[in-house]
Design a protein around this ligand. Structure first.
Ligand SMILES: Cc1cc2nc3c(=O)[nH]c(=O)nc-3n(C[C@H](O)[C@H](O)[C@H](O)COP(=O)(O)O)c2cc1C
Length: 195
């Protein structure tokens, strides 16, 4: 099964992208194929002009179409998700996430906006017809450290949430493959963000 890692940070280096690729590495270790799209690497003018026929945007959209699941990451910008991520989501077809599982990740400067994924991004993913949006994972900058010497250092609480999120995603993928349309959605009461 194919998993797309969609990065929504305009920055490089990027904490949220590092977290995303950490999740991708874990999925690779479990034998899943992953592909990457970084919204910041797509042609800016084509994104801003919503140029649906641009070749690079079409190639990125094809990776979305081929994916069984999308892990999407974003920094919190002004209490919501990033603008560059929105420009990419805007050029997807209205049902562009139909049949797909989505795991949202975000990093933010503080815990104040830890619900941004749920009140801002989740409705957009739902409007794109995502089959199942897994509980989001949110980390503050202090919980994600990176150094040349030691690489990525993730707070134990977030590391645990990532392990749970990956387990939830992989079990959901198996359920999706085995049950098709009888896939059970997660109840709203089971949704939770973490920091
Ligand atoms: C323009 C801008 C707006 C931001 N707005 C918020 C915000 O509203 N709430 C918050 O918690 N952090 C905010 N931050 C901090 C970033 O979300 C945080 O540093 C994040 O980890 C950056 O992720 P990145 O390195 O992947 O881009 C903002 C940062 C920038 C540059």
């Amino acid at each position: 099964m194919n998993i797309l890692l969609l990065s929504g940070s305009p920055s490089n280096p990027s904490r949220s992208t590092r977290l995303l690729h950490h999740v991708g590495d874990r999925l690779n270790e479990l034998g899943y194929r992953t592909a990457r799209v970084q919204a910041r690497d797509l042609p800016a003018q084509a994104l801003l002009h919503a140029d649906f026929n641009n070749d690079e945007l079409r190639a990125a959209k094809a990776l979305v179409a081929q994916a069984d699941a999308v892990v999407v990451s974003t920094p919190v910008y002004k209490a919501a998700y990033s603008g560059v991520l929105k420009t990419f989501l805007d050029i997807l077809p209205q049902d562009g996430l139909s049949g797909k599982l989505v795991l949202p990740l975000a990093t933010g400067g503080s815990q104040s906006h830890m619900l941004a994924l749920d009140y801002a991004l989740r409705p957009v993913l739902a409007s794109l017809a995502a089959k199942h949006i897994l509980p989001s994972i949110y980390a503050t900058d202090a919980q994600i450290e990176w150094s040349e010497e030691y690489g990525l250092n993730i707070d134990t609480t977030i590391a645990q949430r990532i392990t749970e999120g990956i387990s939830h995603l992989t079990h959901s993928l198996i359920a999706l493959r085995n049950q098709g349309n009888n896939f059970d959605a997660v109840q709203f009461t089971q949704l939770r963000c973490s920091a």
